[in-house]
Design a protein around this ligand. Structure first.
Ligand code: MG
Length: 367
């Protein structure tokens, strides 16, 4: 089986809430998502999706996905899409870095592998645990009152885990955390994600002020060393995200006792092949995980669902249902949130069928 054609589409994903805001005044109103179809000489087509969180979250941007696939795609024609490790090595030889560019291609090849073998991707990733898995809701950065109100509302919808977007003015952030925690019931979990937004002295003030609150602290500062310094001065459970994008970083952070939970985003690691490798390493190291992506619609959410559902339940801290944040559906068969939880499809591959009328005309085709 050989890759014979790669097709790329662009779709806008507006948000139900109108916009999404996080540290440093960063925000997105409409997400720009790229869908990649990888077709084989035997007529099987697999799909992947990549949607950066704007151009200022990670070193990735929406147009970069498409320019990158245009650059990388021709070197993959004629290659076997089922040989995922070989294919990833080939992508790394053809293009240094840019994991987010490779992610949609890799996920599309997992979809092909599932369709050809007749198995859901969750089975290929190790097998699904339980009926479904737990989701969190990200709470966009607003006033402390507004964020507390949103937690109460999303709690009504069934969510039991909440990720507060902090990383702003430390005094306001202390109020955000305190007011949000007052909304919680026993068993709920609260994460304060600063998204690199605090300097060390600000982070130290916040963790000291909220020391008696049951809250996780995520990625307080920009640099790994600064996060580690804050970590050493707090007993609150600690999550690393932006500074962890590969196996060496996971091993170093584990060795330094720098985190209790790690955030693995599929496109940050370059696709499901590398995300699975990272997931399995974290299980071996005893580190729990948030499994998700930078953003996306139905196809990204399907890929997250297969990865999360095939992760041992006690290691899955939480996962994300991005397709319920956006107003635009992309595919039939995508998993849907029920009472704050989600299950991956049992159909072969990702279990989705793109809505071709939504995808529209391709941006370009490589063949
Ligand atoms: Mg985060």
């Amino acid at each position: 089986m050989k890759i014979s054609k790669i097709t790329v589409w662009q779709v806008d994903l507006p948000l139900h809430e109108g916009d999404y805001k996080w540290s440093g005044g960063k925000s997105v109103e409409t997400f720009d998502s790229t869908i990649v179809g990888v077709e084989t000489d035997e007529g099987v087509i697999g799909y992947g999706e990549v949607c950066p969180l704007g151009p200022v979250y990670l070193a990735s941007y929406a147009k970069g996905v498409r320019v990158g696939v245009e650059e990388l795609g021709p070197s993959l024609l004629g290659e076997n899409p089922l040989h995922l490790e070989k294919l990833n090595r080939l992508m790394d030889q053809a293009m240094k870095g840019h994991p987010y560019v490779k992610s949609a291609i890799d996920v599309a090849c997992w979809d092909i592998l599932g369709k050809v073998s007749g198995l859901p991707v969750s089975s290929l990733l190790g097998g699904a645990y339980g009926e479904n898995f737990v989701l969190y809701r990200a709470i966009s950065q607003e006033s402390p009152d507004e964020m507390a109100k949103k937690i109460a509302g999303y709690r009504e919808e069934g969510y039991r885990r909440f990720q507060l977007k902090v990383g702003g003015d430390p005094d306001t952030d202390i109020k955000r955390i305190s007011q949000a925690s007052a909304q919680l019931q026993p068993g709920d979990k609260l994460v304060a994600d600063a998204n690199t937004g605090w300097l060390k002295h600000e982070a130290m003030r916040v963790v000291e002020a909220v020391r008696d609150i049951d809250v996780y602290i995520e990625q307080p500062c920009l640099r790994y060393e600064d996060c580690l310094s804050v970590r050493k001065h707090t007993n609150l459970p600690f999550v690393l995200d932006e500074v962890i994008d590969g196996m060496p970083e996971i091993l170093k952070a584990s060795h330094d006792l720098a985190m209790d939970v790690v955030n693995i985003k599929i496109s940050k690691f370059g696709g499901l092949t590398r995300a699975k490798q990272a997931r399995d390493l974290c299980v071996s190291l005893g580190v729990a995980m948030t499994l998700e992506d930078t953003w996306g619609g139905d196809i990204v959410t399907s890929a997250i669902a297969h990865l999360a559902h095939s992760t041992p339940t006690d290691f899955l801290f939480t996962a994300t249902d991005f397709n319920s944040y956006v107003t635009q559906p992309l595919a039939n068969g995508a998993p849907q949130r029920i009472n704050g939880r989600m299950a991956s499809s049992m159909a072969p591959g990702l279990g989705i069928e793109p809505m071709m009328d939504v995808l529209g005309d391709p941006e370009f085709v490589i063949s």
